[in-house]
Design a protein around this ligand. Structure first.
Ligand SMILES: NC(=O)c1ccc[n+]([C@@H]2O[C@H](COP(=O)([O-])OP(=O)(O)OC[C@H]3O[C@@H](n4cnc5c(N)ncnc54)[C@H](OP(=O)(O)O)[C@@H]3O)[C@@H](O)[C@H]2O)c1
Length: 235
């Protein structure tokens, strides 16, 4: 039985990932900021809940106290586009908006990975985004930064036999990502942009994360795996 830590594991992609590892009988720890949402999900999944804001160094340090000495897989899933609902404004507001997205999508992963690194045995998977390859704005820049920094993590952990990769979803349904702001028209545009003509499902992403943490992927590291139905094609 392995120990798997999934940040932001109460909803959406994180929850599906926790569920996938639980199906193997793994010991799964999920984190998040909303105690009620987190504890309900943990009870349903048979996982353990630890309230932790991944952008807060003190909370990430406290997370260590709640974890065993060995953590096999870390999934840095917590994140999202903090621009939704934030006010526009002058340069001061612009700076605050950019820092919010960098904290929510890059700094959080840096803090959690650095804290857990000495305890890891197998794999780190970070949730990037199709936005990291083509925008928009500070969210895309943060996810692009995450993808670049992943190469450092892979180099640092590689000699210990630990892999580090980014899974970069395209539009994925069944999450709180859009916070109720996704119009039918925008949804249709995103769907039509795929080659498969369907929205991604959380299980599509969880399956890729699960594979990356499996023995079959032990020589796969330092990569960005796009899971988007061909909305962005590789070459
Ligand atoms: N859905 C998509 O179409 C899509 C596409 C590309 C990439 N992604 C990426 O996929 C990842 C998962 O998102 P999702 O789509 O599954 O959306 P989601 O349902 O909103 O899940 C995000 C989860 O992360 C938690 N979280 C957010 N900030 C946190 C923090 N600072 N510390 C701890 N937990 C935090 C949230 O819970 P609390 O609010 O309770 O903390 C929530 O449970 C994100 O990194 C997102 O950027 C999603």
């Amino acid at each position: 039985m392995r120990t798997i830590v999934v940040t932001g594991g109460a909803t959406g992609i994180g929850r599906a990932t926790a569920e996938r590892f639980r199906a193997d009988g793994d010991n799964v720890v999920i984190t998040g900021r909303r105690t009620d949402v987190l504890e309900k999900a943990a009870a349903e999944l048979g996982a353990r809940a630890v309230v932790c804001d991944a952008t807060d160094p003190a909370q990430v340090e406290r997370l260590l106290d709640a974890l065993p000495e060995q953590v096999d897989v870390l999934v840095n899933n917590a994140g999202g586009n903090t621009d939704f609902g934030r006010p526009d404004g002058g340069l001061t507001q612009l700076k605050a908006n950019w820092l919010a997205n960098l904290e929510a999508n890059l700094i959080n992963a840096v803090l959690t990975t650095t804290a857990l690194a000495p305890r890891l045995t197998t794999a780190v998977v970070h949730l990037g985004s199709i936005a990291g390859a083509r925008g928009p704005g500070s969210y895309g820049a943060a996810k692009a930064g995450l993808a670049l920094w992943n190469a450092d993590v892979a180099a640092e952990l590689g000699p210990r036999g630990i892999t580090s990769n980014v899974v970069a979803p395209g539009f994925t349904a069944g999450t709180e990502f859009f916070q109720g702001r996704l119009t039918d028209e925008r949804r249709e545009t995103l769907l039509q942009a795929t080659l498969t003509k369907r929205a991604g499902e959380v299980g599509d992403i969880a399956g890729t994360i699960h594979f990356l943490a499996s023995p079959a992927a032990r020589h796969l590291t330092g990569q960005v795996l796009h899971v988007n139905g061909g909305a962005l094609t590789g070459r």
